[in-house]
Ligand binder design. Sequence first.
Ligand SMILES: Cc1cc2nc3c(=O)[nH]c(=O)nc-3n(C[C@H](O)[C@H](O)[C@H](O)COP(=O)(O)O)c2cc1C
Length: 155
Amino acid sequence: MRAKRTSLVHLIYFSRLNLSSDPQLRASQLGDITRQAQKKNEFAVITSFLIIEQNFAAQVIEGERMSIQETFNRIAEDQRHRDVQICEWREIAKREFVHSFKTGIRNSATETLFNKASLLPQLQRGTPKAGVIHSLAIGLQADAMSKQGIDHLFI
Ligand SMILES: Cc1cc2nc3c(=O)[nH]c(=O)nc-3n(C[C@H](O)[C@H](O)[C@H](O)COP(=O)(O)O)c2cc1C
């Protein structure tokens, strides 16, 4: 018999990034965040997807309830973003994200998905829907995986 799983939740939040306007500096700041988050999330068995759209961040983090709470408390205090607001926090039946920390940004390859989701105007109004963030993150993950030829493993 399979062992009973501990309670699994996902938390979806959005925020405004306090990153440099200089592209090189911004890339290195995002690199720092990625390194720290990847390491911590691997240790805490958290899977996540961070969407970056202009100066907004929107992230789905999933894992065991206590780990998510501890991680979110740390994220919310990080000075590299502000106005951190939770959109949704609920129990989930299974994980939907594969990586400990993955980022999706708007570029020529992902533009169609970003445009279809139309998240930016919602972020600008301060009222993004959790479902819109979630489905864009799922779409970006699926797109990245199919480009790597590994999508068939996750059907
Ligand atoms: C937009 C954004 C997303 C982040 N995502 C995560 C994350 O998923 N997991 C995590 O541990 N830290 C994340 N961080 C970094 C944390 O805020 C924090 O800096 C890091 O966990 C190290 O914490 P410590 O310095 O207190 O050890 C994120 C930071 C930002 C700005």
